[in-house]
Design a protein around this ligand. Structure first.
Ligand SMILES: NC(=O)c1ccc[n+]([C@@H]2O[C@H](COP(=O)([O-])OP(=O)(O)OC[C@H]3O[C@@H](n4cnc5c(N)ncnc54)[C@H](OP(=O)(O)O)[C@@H]3O)[C@@H](O)[C@H]2O)c1
Length: 322
């Protein structure tokens, strides 16, 4: 099977397309024929060991000391069940599924082996593979931060910093779905897109969001809206959701926030099969839609990585497999 692999950490040029043997499912596993996957900020971090500030020492233990342990990147995918193990009843051959490999990665391959109880769900009927794959990364992160960590409530005022990125477009749409009023911070070039998702916008090159407070929830996907900057713009009882933060900020912000009767919440977001099923339902109802910035063929995987490395992609960068 064709895969995009990397054998050493570095710039996009370390990724190459290689043929490796296709795996076979064990009794409790399913084999997915991947039709579309995404190149995300997670792939950029794992490929280049670009860790958030203060996390540099954690990169090699997480991804491999002497080189990448998992040589195939890719967290999100959509495709069809190609084969099932003897004990699997949840899926059948031919089912159209989408899923999240999380930090185990391995989705940039024509076939992906997963446990049948992994973060895998039936795709929304009316979406194509590329669209379904584009729902996964941002959608699961936004669900976990908004619903579970931030406990978002209808009528709340929410600020999304980095509203046109892969996580940002999902945050805007899901916050709107949960009944919040949303102000998105993005560049002028992406304002129409973000407004089309139901937010009002400000251009980060012209205005500072702190002048537009107060907010019940501030979500930082960029890493420049930590506690010191965001605090004056948070209402009493407000929550700062740090999707991206350095180690110091992650440790100090919750302590500082508590003293002010507010909360700062950071951490990793891991999607589940139930989260994916919910995203499928929301996509079918039209409550959320996948936003795809650009689609690349597998052989152009390095160009896809270059776009992701820019830090200015719009929504998801999709890799078409086969
Ligand atoms: N905690 C977790 O579990 C978790 C999970 C997923 C991702 N993350 C982290 O979240 C971060 C964002 O991920 P992503 O996939 O959404 O990245 P992305 O798709 O590359 O989006 C980044 C966005 O930031 C915007 N931006 C750049 N400079 C800005 C500024 N000064 N002010 C406001 N917006 C600005 C860009 O918009 P323009 O192009 O318009 O400039 C772009 O839309 C990454 O660092 C990733 O590691 C954390």
């Amino acid at each position: 099977m064709k895969t995009a692999v990397y054998h050493k950490y570095g710039p996009p040029g370390v990724v190459q397309v290689e043929d490796i043997p296709s795996p076979r499912p064990g009794p409790d596993e399913v084999l997915v024929r991947v039709r579309a996957t995404t190149v995300s900020s997670a792939d950029w971090r794992a490929r280049s060991l670009s860790m958030p500030r203060g996390f540099g020492a954690f990169g090699r233990p997480a991804f491999g000391f002497f080189g990448p342990r998992q040589k195939v990147l890719g967290t999100a995918f959509a495709g069809e069940i190609a084969d099932v193990g003897a004990n699997v009843t949840r899926f059948q051959r031919g089912d159209r599924v989408f899923g999240d490999c999380g930090i185990k990665m391995g989705a940039h391959a024509e076939f992906k082996l997963l446990k049948a109880d992994a973060a895998l769900a039936n795709m929304p009927d009316d979406l194509g593979f590329e669209e379904a794959a584009a729902l996964v990364f941002g959608g699961t992160v936004a669900l976990v931060f908004l619903r579970d960590k931030g406990k978002i409530q209808p009528g709340e005022r929410v600020l999304v910093n980095g509203a046109s990125g892969e996580v940002g477009v999902a945050m805007v749409q899901l916050a709107r779905h949960f009944g919040a009023e949303v102000l998105g911070v993005c560049s002028g070039a992406n304002a129409d897109l973000v407004r089309g998702l139901g937010a009002t916008t400000i251009d980060y090159a012209i205005e500072d969001f702190v002048d537009h407070g107060p907010f019940d929830v501030i979500i930082d996907t960029v890493g420049n809206a930590g506690w010191v900057r965001s605090q004056p713009a948070l209402r009493d009882g407000g929550r700062l959701l740090l999707v991206l933060a350095g180690l110091r900020e992650m440790l100090l912000a919750p302590l500082r926030a508590k003293r002010h009767g507010k909360r700062a919440i950071a951490g990793m977001a891991m999607g589940t099969a139930e989260d994916l099923a919910l995203l499928a339902t929301l996509a079918t109802s039209g409550a959320i839609k996948p936003i795809i910035g650009k689609v690349f063929a597998l052989q152009d995987v390095r160009a896809a990585h270059r776009l992701v490395d820019s830090g200015h992609k719009v929504g998801s960068v999709v890799l078409r497999m086969g």
